[in-house]
Design a protein around this ligand. Structure first.
Ligand code: IMP
Length: 201
């Protein structure tokens, strides 16, 4: 599902924690997210109707997405989290990714669904897929809430995508800017008065 800024961007919003010179505009409302998650859950369950699904969330941005998606998926579902740090993201991307927190349990023989908040350059996902494939899951699939297709560097794709979005820096529904705005219920564009768009970092 593609989202364009022209049609969907709302007026600038005042939200708690907004700093001077920062502007927030709703790109995807919480109601649209909920509806889309129900469709994604149906798509995943259509492919794996009876399999226990092991969801792996990438901290911290995917937390709300994973927990909401998990509640929409019927059947047996378990989950785990891991954390990575990425260096030099955005324009100066080096593609260097470091594991900060490993998985708690083995994924060998399991039907694994990696749950990512946003696919940007794809370098993080490329690293993660290599890492997971070595651990021999039965199936390995990826679901992303947001996909900035035009920013892609690595040749990776998700089997399930919530929304294709333009090249805008977004916050909310788990996504942050300097650890702020994760708790906004909508996915919003973050813009600056003086500098224009925020850069991915
Ligand atoms: P990639 O490796 O370039 O695909 O980047 C993936 C990670 O970059 C995401 O999991 C986010 O943590 C971060 N990121 C990329 N774009 C945005 C954005 O617009 N807002 C917040 N974080 C972002």
């Amino acid at each position: 599902m593609a989202v364009t800024t022209k049609r969907k961007a709302g007026a600038a919003k005042t939200v708690p924690g907004l700093r001077p010179g920062e502007f927030i505009r709703v790109l995807i409302s919480s109601a649209r997210i909920k509806t889309r998650l129900q469709q994604l859950a149906r798509d995943i369950r259509r492919d794996f109707p009876t399999e226990p699904l092991h969801l792996i969330g990438v901290l911290k941005g995917s937390v709300f997405f994973l927990t909401d998606l998990a509640r929409e998926l019927g059947g047996e579902v378990s989950f785990d989290f891991l954390s990575v740090s990425s260096y030099g993201h955005g324009i100066d991307s080096t593609g260097e990714v470091k594991l900060i927190k490993d998985l708690d349990v083995s994924i060998e023989g399991k039907t694994v669904v990696v749950v990512e908040d946003i696919l940007d350059t794809g370098l993080t996902l490329k690293y993660l897929l290599r890492f997971f494939e070595e651990k021999k899951p039965k199936h390995l699939r990826v679901v992303v809430l947001l996909d900035k297709v035009e920013r892609r560097i690595a040749d990776v794709r998700a089997q399930y995508t919530g929304f294709v979005i333009p090249n805008e820096f977004v916050v909310g529904y788990g996504l942050d800017f300097d650890e702020r705005y994760r708790n906004l219920p909508d996915v919003c564009m973050l813009q600056f008065a003086s500098r224009g768009k925020a850069k991915s970092d």
